[in-house]
Design a binder for this molecule. Structure first.
Ligand SMILES: Cc1cc2nc3c(=O)[nH]c(=O)nc-3n(C[C@H](O)[C@H](O)[C@H](O)COP(=O)(O)O)c2cc1C
Length: 241
């Protein structure tokens, strides 16, 4: 099957709540879509995400139950669960630093760019991500408020802010995944209706991780889309400055 153009894939994507039981999807193709979603941008390229690909019947049963048996989950052939791993920030920071050091003398990109990036990862990123039960974040927030009275400053420094920053990047990956799936004629439904605590137990995840989205996957049943697409008018959400 010919892959769709991006605009066709975006148009084709709908949240599908009933999947055709007689139509299978290939795990290798889903995995390729997950790979494509890892090409999404992430804040400071920290990639604080993980993708859990659920295929086995045993795991699927657990996930369905903890998605409250909702229709999209009950009929899904597979699931992709996007997990936010804020707890891995030191590891990802090191990977970024190692990558820059490795490429410092290799690439034909301006050396000054790499040196600047190295400084950023060594000095700024730890300030943003370091926290101690929200205390350091609180102090950073107050400091940024006062320094911000005199000049523009980055203000998203509290532990809640960092959670949001990490969730934003994970959500971008989710959308890339769904568009990639759509491109090959596979359907999805993003879900946040689930018991996050139980899902984390199902996946053996530490308690300080977060589930961004559970994405049901399959091929749409002819009655699988509930109603025509509704969007508020463009002029309600679009401002031209
Ligand atoms: C973060 C997020 C969470 C969602 N959670 C659910 C869910 O738990 N169950 C469900 O059936 N649909 C869920 N949806 C799908 C939305 O209801 C759907 O995207 C919206 O109605 C627009 O329809 P469309 O995706 O077909 O364009 C979710 C969508 C997003 C972005």
């Amino acid at each position: 099957m010919k892959e769709k153009h991006v605009s066709e894939a975006i148009e084709f994507r709908r949240s599908v709540r009933i999947y055709d039981n007689s139509k299978q999807i290939e795990s290798t193709k889903v995995k390729q879509c997950i790979y494509q979603s890892t090409l999404s941008p992430s804040s400071s390229n920290m990639q604080l995400w993980e993708f859990h690909h659920i295929v086995s019947n045993k795991k699927k049963k657990e996930i369905i139950k903890n998605c409250f048996n909702q229709s999209a989950a009950k009929t899904a052939k597979q699931f992709v669960i996007i997990v936010v791993r804020k707890d891995l920030w030191k590891k990802r920071l090191k990977s970024n630093i190692d990558y820059i050091k490795l490429n410092l003398n290799k690439n034909n990109i301006d050396e000054r760019y790499y040196k600047k990036a190295l400084k950023y990862y060594k000095n700024i990123v730890p300030i943003v991500y370091n926290d101690f039960y929200g205390l350091i974040g609180f102090i950073k927030k107050i400091s940024s408020y006062f320094f911000g009275l005199f000049s523009p400053i980055y203000r998203e420094v509290s532990s809640t802010d960092i959670r949001i920053v990490s969730q934003k990047s994970a959500a971008l990956a989710a959308q890339s995944f769904m568009i990639s799936m759509s491109g090959i004629g596979y359907d999805t439904c993003p879900m946040e209706g689930f018991d996050s605590l139980r899902i984390k137990k199902n996946l053996n995840l530490p308690s300080n991780t977060e589930i961004s989205m559970i994405i049901a996957c399959g091929i749409r049943h002819k009655k699988g889309i509930f109603g025509s697409r509704f969007r508020v008018p463009m002029d309600e959400v679009y401002s031209f400055h």
